[in-house]
Design a protein around this ligand. Sequence first.
Ligand code: CTP
Ligand code: MG
Length: 237
Amino acid sequence: MTHSDHPPFFWALIPAAGIGSRMRADRPKQYLQLVDKTIIEHTLNCFLDHPQLRGIVVSLAEHDPYWHALPCAGDARIVRADGGAERADSVLNGLLKLTELGARDHDWVLVHDAARPNLSRADLDLLLSELADDPVGGLLAVPALDTLKRAGADGRVQSTVDRSTIWQALTPQMFRVGELQRAMADALIAGVVVTDEASAIEWSGKSPRLVEGRSDNIKVTRPEDLLSLSRLWLHRT
Ligand code: CTP
Ligand code: MG
């Protein structure tokens, strides 16, 4: 039986097991409030009612004391996986959970940071439609806008980088479940650091496609990111 007998399903995987050290808050940043809900609730809402998605897995830290207090903890559409020491470990555990749920090698998985609550439905739909027939998969990204400098060890500018070919990687990143699992597991065994799914796929010798998305799909990393998103959301509602 060939792949074409079974059109691929789409799954979402949300790594949410980080501690948010750069945010310097009293709890992991995914549990901070953004206007009316926590960041992770907004993020999950981007996916929950999407008609093309077969299921959602969220990777959580082992002794996470915050998740169970959220209404979405009781939502049958969301399945928990264990997080790991690095983001890549949390993603790998989530991929294993997807396989347990029945995801097949050639199904698509969209991996999206829990700390990225401002993904628009239009960008999600764009990624799905642009990549559904792609042989490799790819990611949302934005072209670099600022002038880029390469720094020397002395903290001075060494050179100006040609920004015309530089893109900033965002999420979701969409790849085949089996290929991503193998690429990430192999990278881990080889001791290669992969900070996103695309870098694992690149390391396996393939070239992910860049799909231009919105620049306001930001990852909340530092306090000022939450401040600017809060302003954006308050202005919107
Ligand atoms: N993440 C994860 N497991 C880890 C580390 C990170 O699931 N061991 C998740 C985070 O929860 C976040 C996403 O990966 O949703 C992106 O990571 P990042 O922005 O680096 O989050 P943190 O690692 O939590 O933050 P920091 O690096 O500032 O500590
Ligand atoms: Mg981190």
